[in-house]
Design a binder for this molecule. Structure first.
Ligand code: ATP
Ligand code: MG
Length: 592
């Protein structure tokens, strides 16, 4: 007796629904995508009981006629592709013709729709995939789709839903992401009548980001622009100082589709390499425009994964685009150029109490500056901070270098304090020195000129098979790092020379660092692995916290920072400097 059965349409739809519709947020995503494909400029999402009782998505898009409305809920029915050719050149968010059928199979769904210019609209209601009511109805132009009792007939799926707040978070996330990349479309989310998202149509991406991530974040984020050989990249990326402990404010889109792609994400992190502190994540709204014929979006039913033809070119473009954005901006945290530019203009932000504090400049205890570092005598803090004629440039370019600073002293043998007309800086001596050494080593590495030091007594290392494999695979990079190694056969490797900047590390430590860094999985683009070894070397060789510095040494470090290209963070992502503007300092003391 044959055992193979042909499954019923109902069961097929339920199986498909299992893949596409995982949770209420998946319904919201599919319906919004349909609205965007229908060229809507306004999308209003209303939910009740975290989406479990009702999800309604209303748009002002092109609508459907009666026949299309009926067919829209049939599985494998779509207006978006016609033949195989179309499948390999997708220009819309949907194309599989299964979202509505899948949702209808596990809910009660009604569609109310009216095409533009038509007198009447059409409404159709289905329960578990069967039509229970349909007819002509008065309606606004566009489409409203209502889903009630989601998963009522698939109790297992209902049981696996997370807590209400997690499900709501997913809904908010997916709406925010689509709102970000469609800045000209207005999005609203209402939960039990309370407005949770109101993101109006905006003229540009930055304004849209402001409506979602907040004005301050949007203002600080750096613009990305890249257009080369058919790859266009645009968007906004956060400064390292804006990084977060999670990835919730990261959104990457390919042809306006929100996607997850490991290769693109790795390229992003590689571009931030040495600017992020461990386990922190940059803010991102990144759009890629690629030729639809060069990507395959038909990888997974949720359409959030893609395969990219010529992946290397795309990831390199992402890497370059972000790197350029980061390099062309001043990344020092809290150095507000705006503050500096408006500096000298008296501000009155505090309520006037009528009390005037007498300020005796002669009685101010300014840090004593060692005679060796002070050519010119410093005026009192008050005079310094309000005199606009302190030589402040009228126009500070965006790529401004570290400002010229005057050293005031060292605190806790860890930080030094310096000042400029724009404010007071606290500088982490270890982080600053580490960054400078790292930049020098990187330059030397690029030119294959890392100074090496021959060992008086070459060191024999017994290596594991993996370590020998690393030495062979990365022989060139390891040599460029300043390590000279000879293979003695078997497990024995003889280290004959090591980088001159060894700092406090032993030969074994340097080699262990090399094995650890090169053994890590990762892309290795832009010599990222070698850079990690260099950053370890810089860390070991840099001035430590707790080390006394003479003002002369501190000033020399500052002078070097001024000449450096990257100075905002140590190679492990810790900030080098923190500044306080005169305005902020005055606020501490209620001086308006
Ligand atoms: N909001 C809408 N406005 C106008 N037409 C719509 C709307 N929603 C759905 N449609 C029509 O219904 C069809 C079926 O929608 P459905 O989401 O099931 O499939 P799809 O979008 O074509 O593909 P996918 O399954 O990948 O989403 C669409 O191709 C479209 O023609
Ligand atoms: Mg669709």
């Amino acid at each position: 007796m044959p055992k193979i059965q042909l499954l019923s349409e109902d069961l097929i739809n339920k199986i498909a629904a299992g893949e596409v519709i995982e949770r209420p947020a998946s319904v919201v995503k599919e319906l919004m995508e349909n609205s965007l494909d229908a060229k809507a400029t306004s999308i209003i999402i209303e939910i009740e009981n975290y989406g479990k009782d009702l999800i309604s998505v209303r748009d002002n898009g092109e609508g459907m006629d009666e026949t299309d409305a009926r067919n829209s809920m049939v599985r494998h029915a779509t207006s978006k592709i016609k033949d195989v050719q179309d499948l390999f050149s997708i220009h819309t968010l949907g194309f599989r013709g299964e979202a509505l059928a899948s949702i209808a199979a596990v809910s009660t769904m009604s569609i109310t729709t009216k095409q533009q210019g038509r007198m009447e609209g059409f409404q159709i209601t289905m329960e578990a995939g069967r039509i229970i009511q349909e007819g002509i109805i008065g309606a606004e132009e566009g489409t409203t789709i209502q889903i009630k009792n989601l998963f009522f007939n698939t109790p297992a799926r209902k049981k696996f839903l997370k807590t209400d707040s997690v499900e709501l978070r997913h809904i908010i996330d997916v709406i925010q992401r689509y709102a970000l990349i469609n800045h000209q479309v207005s999005f609203r989310l209402l939960h039990q009548g309370n407005e949770l998202i109101n993101s109006p149509s905006m003229a540009d991406l930055r304004s849209k980001v402001a409506s979602i991530y907040g004005i301050k974040a949007a203002k600080e984020m750096l613009g990305v622009q890249y257009d080369h050989e058919g790859i266009r990249i645009y968007g906004l990326v956060g400064k390292p100082s804006q990084s977060r402990n999670d990835k919730s404010q990261q959104a990457i889109f390919v042809n306006k589709r929100w996607i997850k792609n490991e290769d693109i994400s790795t390229a992003v992190y590689d571009a931030y390499h040495s600017l992020l502190f461990v386990n922190t994540h940059p803010l991102l709204v990144l759009g890629l425009e690629l030729d639809p014929a060069r990507i395959d979006v038909n990888v997974h039913p949720t359409k959030s994964e893609i395969k990219i033809e010529q992946k290397e070119a795309v990831v390199n473009a992402v890497f370059t685009a972000i790197k350029e954005a980061l390099q062309s901006h001043n990344l020092t945290p809290t150095v507000e150029m705006e503050e500096q530019l408006t500096f000298g203009t008296p501000r009155r932000t505090l309520p006037k109490t009528g009390i005037k504090y007498a300020f005796d400049s002669s009685a101010q205890a300014v840090f004593t500056v060692n005679e060796s570092s002070s050519g010119s005598e410093y005026a009192s803090a008050e005079e310094v901070s309000i005199a606009p004629e302190q030589g402040f440039p009228e126009d500070i370019p965006a790529t401004v270098a570290f400002p010229a600073l005057k050293i005031l002293g060292q605190v806790h043998k860890t930080f030094f304090v310096a000042e400029t007309a724009g404010g007071v800086f606290f500088i982490d001596q270890h982080a600053a020195h580490e960054r400078l050494l790292f930049e020098t080593l990187k330059r030397q590495f690029a030119g294959k000129k890392i100074a090496r030091q021959a060992l008086l007594f070459p060191k024999v290392l017994e290596c594991t098979l993996e370590e020998i494999q690393i030495l062979r695979q990365y022989a060139e990079e390891i040599a460029a790092l300043g390590v000279e190694i000879e293979d003695f056969g078997g497990a024995s490797q003889v280290v004959k020379a090591v980088p001159a900047v060894l700092g406090r590390s032993s030969v074994e430590e340097v080699m262990a660092g090399i094995f650890a860094r090169f053994g890590e999985p990762g892309s290795g683009r832009g010599g990222v692995r070698a850079e990690e070894v260099l950053s370890d070397m810089a860390c070991k060789a840099a001035i430590r916290a707790g080390q006394s510095l003479s003002p002369k040494e501190a000033q020399a470090l500052l002078d070097e920072m001024q000449r450096a290209e990257v100075f905002s963070h140590c190679p492990h992502g810790r900030p080098v400097a923190k500044s306080f503007t005169p305005h902020e300092i005055k606020k501490w003391f209620y001086r308006g």
